[in-house]
Write a protein that binds this ligand. Structure first.
Ligand code: MN
Ligand code: MN
Length: 461
């Protein structure tokens, strides 16, 4: 079924709201290039709307009542927000969940070295990237250094226009006869993702590694960091510079990390726009580690979400394990993640009837997976039926899609992880061009429709 352009349905009021959201989202991207930075922003936005840390309520043993707003900052890398509904938790929550980690390069634990007068930081890439896309770009360093005394030093280098940037060199075309004959997967190899950070030596003839020493002096002076401190650091190498309006008509946004910060931002904007007391408790989850399989204590397979719901039931009064199980099984969820936008340049990998199109609204993926839906959460038809009505009642422009042609590849999200509890879950998100590239593209209209869809879902599912 052909879907119409969302753009053609907009009033002037819609367009003004759309531009407001797009501008705020661009700022969110600029200040959120790591999962930690996204959590920091989400906490500030939630607190500005009166959300309180759940741990404070737990400590005081305060009962939670309808309309109360709490959040859980989980290890600084994932966050959950809850707005308590009129109905008891046992009746289920309306949940939207996205991830805030994005593909990038992480510094190794012993990253710093000097080779023939150039100082480098060695990296290990994170998530699925085409390595050749990450060379000859201005790159920035974002992250934290955890010192032995417990101090956490924040690092952001390469974003302020007065900052220097760093980057990775590529071989000149004149000498690339062999390289140009290689398969794209090995044109640039993982161990070649070495970031150049300096070339000026200390003025000391005795120095064995004068450029590295000069780098260490700068790190010491600017950040108070010793070489050993890299052992307990998490520094991510990401594209430097701000998100930009894209296209002569400014209809799109070029940015780093639309996957999945566009859905994360749409969720935050929609939950924080709920001023009324919702019928059911609403929940926004922003998870880490999706790009490497949702593993670890901050990935969606960690138990923090289940534990948070248990704490809420406890503060509601009369906790029982059965109530927790009922609450989870009765919940409904949108697993909010980006979808592959149809790209006419690469039409061969898409199936036109079942692709997501830029500008045609929020996208529902009944299933993802690969090789015969392997690893997919396949949403129930009944659930999709109810969502169609919900979206149409709220005037949301939506489309349905799957990830490319059958057997062309595939992917996964956090949907299957929450479906384990027996709740209804479906993937829903925004179509992206150049997904997982340093700079990805989305349509402002799709962002706007995602905000509308997530709000309507939380209030009415
Ligand atoms: Mn994603
Ligand atoms: Mn991804």
């Amino acid at each position: 079924m052909e879907r119409k352009f969302a753009w053609t349905t907009y009033t002037d009021e819609d367009l003004a709201k759309l531009e407001r959201i797009a501008k705020d989202y661009e700022k969110f991207l600029d200040n959120g290039k790591t999962e930690r930075e996204c959590v920091n922003q989400a906490v500030a936005m939630a607190e500005a709307k009166g959300y309180k840390p759940l741990c404070a309520a737990i400590e005081k043993g305060e009962a939670l009542k309808p309309g109360d707003c709490v959040y859980v900052n989980w290890m600084g890398k994932a966050i959950m927000m809850f707005k308590m509904g009129k109905q008891p938790l046992e009746k289920g929550l309306n949940i939207v969940g996205a991830h805030i980690d994005s593909p990038r390069m992480d510094l190794k634990q012993n990253p710093l070295y000097e080779d023939t007068g150039i100082a480098y930081l060695d990296t290990h890439y994170y998530g699925g990237i085409k390595k050749y896309q990450w060379v000859t770009l201005p790159l920035a360093l974002h992250g934290v250094v955890a010192k032995k005394d417990g101090e956490l030093v924040n690092v952001v280098i390469g974003e302020d226009p007065s900052d220097p940037v760093v980057g990775i060199s590529d071989l000149l075309i004149h000498l690339a006869a062999d390289q140009m004959g290689k398969k794209a997967s090995v044109v640039i190899e993982g161990e070649e993702l070495n970031v150049i950070i300096g070339s000026k030596p200390v003025n000391d003839e005795e120095a064995k590694e004068p450029v590295k020493e000069a780098m260490l002096a700068i790190l010491k002076e600017k950040y108070g960091i010793e070489e050993e401190d890299f052992l307990s650091a998490e520094i991510e190498v990401v594209p430097a510079g701000p998100a930009r309006d894209f296209g002569l008509d400014r209809s799109m946004i070029l940015g780093y990390g639309h996957d999945d910060r566009v859905c994360a931002y749409a969720q935050i904007d929609s939950i924080l726009s709920i001023d009324e007391v919702p019928e059911k408790t609403v929940c926004c989850i922003l998870a880490d580690k999706e790009e490497i399989g949702s593993v670890g204590a901050t990935g969606m397979t960690g138990k923090y979400f289940e534990n948070a719901v248990a704490e809420l039931i406890n503060l509601e009064g009369n906790y029982s394990d059965l109530k927790l199980r009922r609450a989870l099984a009765a919940s409904r969820m949108l697993s909010c993640d980006v979808s592959a936008g149809y790209d006419p340049n690469f039409a061969g990998v898409f199936e036109r009837k079942n692709s997501a199109y830029i500008g045609k609204g929020v996208c529902f993926n009944k299933y993802t997976g690969s090789r015969g839906k392997g690893g997919s959460n396949d949403a129930n038809a009944e659930y999709l039926g109810s969502l169609r009505k919900l979206m149409e009642d709220a005037n949301v422009n939506y489309q349905t899609a799957e990830l490319g042609k059958v057997d062309q590849g595939g992917g996964g999200t956090i949907a299957y992880i929450c479906a384990v509890y027996g709740m209804e879950v479906i993937d829903s998100g925004v179509a992206v061009l150049s997904m997982h590239a340093p700079w990805e593209i989305i349509s402002k209209a799709d962002l706007y429709e995602a905000v509308k869809a997530y709000r309507a879902f939380m209030l009415n599912a």
